[in-house]
Design a protein around this ligand. Sequence first.
Ligand code: PBG
Length: 329
Amino acid sequence: MNFPVTRMRRLRRTEAMRSLVRETHLHPGALIYPLFICPGEGVRKEIGSMPGVYNLSVDEAMKEAEACAGLGIGGLLLFGLPAEKDEQATGAWAADGIVQTALRAFKKNRALDSLVQIADVCLCEYTSHGHCGVVGRDGDHYEIENDSSVALLAKTAASLAAAGADIVAPSDMMDGRVAAIRNALDGGGHQQIPVLSYASKFASAFYGPFREAADSAPQFGDRRSYQMDGANLREAMREIDQDITEGTDMVLMKPAMPYLDVIRAARERYDVPMGAYQVSGEYSMLHAAFARGWLEPERAMMESLTSIRRAGADFIVTYFAKDAAKVLG
Ligand code: PBG
């Protein structure tokens, strides 16, 4: 580059010029909105640490889903808050589980046909101890058991597919769950249902507000024996590799903003469709700054989403989906 022959600012002078040379675009169809479904009727309870995000009973969630469809949002990611929890996470795989019930109701509503309805597959919202798997105890020692958890996760995925989920998304980080879920889906006649695995999921402090939203904080210990250490990029590539080998159709990476390098590295290495999850803490942190007038809400929100897309995500799971879709028109 040779100043004054080259003047980078020539292409920045007007919005029309900037729009012409813009490299990264967002569109509502590539945004996915998470919903937290709870028992009851007429329930719409705001989550303290997540302004504008609610626990919703099925009827209220239906209204929220219709609003999402109206905004052209690409899909929903469903989480459940069951009435009862136990050691075997019965509510996760019960035919009349909370997410299964929501899916059956949603599937009858043609106005929601434009939304890809994704069911999160995990046990943490359904276990009495809040871990993502089965807890095996030996005196004072405990372990989150892998293989018995995988069996329950596979059962959960099949049950969610039977209820109408368009995609199942395991977020537990047990080993071998993608293959087991694929098997269970195929065995149950759901060969057409894709798996979106949270392949690269880090043990992150940024999930804090979600655990309030989904009432899923572990009652003892933490998730570091199954979720990845935030210091590891190569390990994330191995996780993605493993999930692709086991037959995942797409991968999800989370968190997003503190792990943009992981998204970029994965994008350069793999050709499967990739999503990134801008998690609860990322949303809460931005909202906290908005509330203080420290950041311009619309600009900061759009910049955060653009950065995730620029890093290489095809689609983004975000609590800002509705707000961003409104901006995008
Ligand atoms: C369940 C799950 C979690 C999130 C998505 N699925 C919580 C966790 O692993 O503790 C976090 C999403 C968010 O923070 O928005 N395993």
